[in-house]
Design a protein around this ligand. Sequence first.
Ligand code: KIV
Length: 280
Amino acid sequence: MKAAAAKQAVTVAGLRARKGDVPIVCLTAYTSLTAKLLDEHVDLLLVGDSVGMVLYGLGTTIGVTLEMMIAHGSAVTRGAERALVIVDMPFGSYQESPQAAFRSCSRVMMETGCAGIKLEGGADMAETIRFLTRRGIPVMGHVGLMPQSVHIAGGYRCHGKDAEEAGRILADAKAVAEAGAFAIVIEGTVEPLARKITKAVPVPTIGIGASPACDGQILVTEDIIGLFSEFTPRFVKRYAELGRQISAAARAYAGDVRAGRFPGPEHCFGVKKKKEKGKG
Ligand code: KIV
């Protein structure tokens, strides 16, 4: 199998077949502009419900609505040409019953044009995942740290340190894979457990704070480019400091406007540019 840079569109089946191959590259995207910039570099773009914290300033992902996910999902599918676009299902839109989940997920797929959805949950969600996948909805699972359950889990902590919890998360991942998920995100989990899950399930595992033992990696784009600096988790590597650059650009613009340096004649309509000395 060829490495990630191949130009053809990434499909759910193609991504599933990448188990144990060259690591799968995933990033989040919430806008068309970001999707366009990332598209050629990644295999998968996730329209994560982290959008609530990153773009809307929410304290957790729990306040994110189906309408928000549909708006951002549509924007991302308009910007992406080859990466697989997967949209996160927000809290409250899928947990009630497999039927309610089908209604929410089919809306997301029909209204955004995405290739599949992601939902959080382990063994408890297996019946729903089976129901969805048998009805044509590709599902990406999400186990370990599950931000929508942060209040039950006792905060954003690393999971799988004790044997009982590790056993539960392994069973969760197996149940999700067995129910038909085409890939599984493992979040905030100790390396030995991520390694064990990756060996145990037949589908690719995508880690976020879950070590290189996974079949692929995902991070929040705004974290790696230094835009979301409220809090930087240990597992994030910064590749740019755009937050600082934006601040410097705004400072320079404000200075220019206040000093009358902007706009100059070259930025105006109907104003002749001053002739350069010695010319004409
Ligand atoms: O919402 C999100 O961004 C996620 C991650 C896995 C990055 O679920």
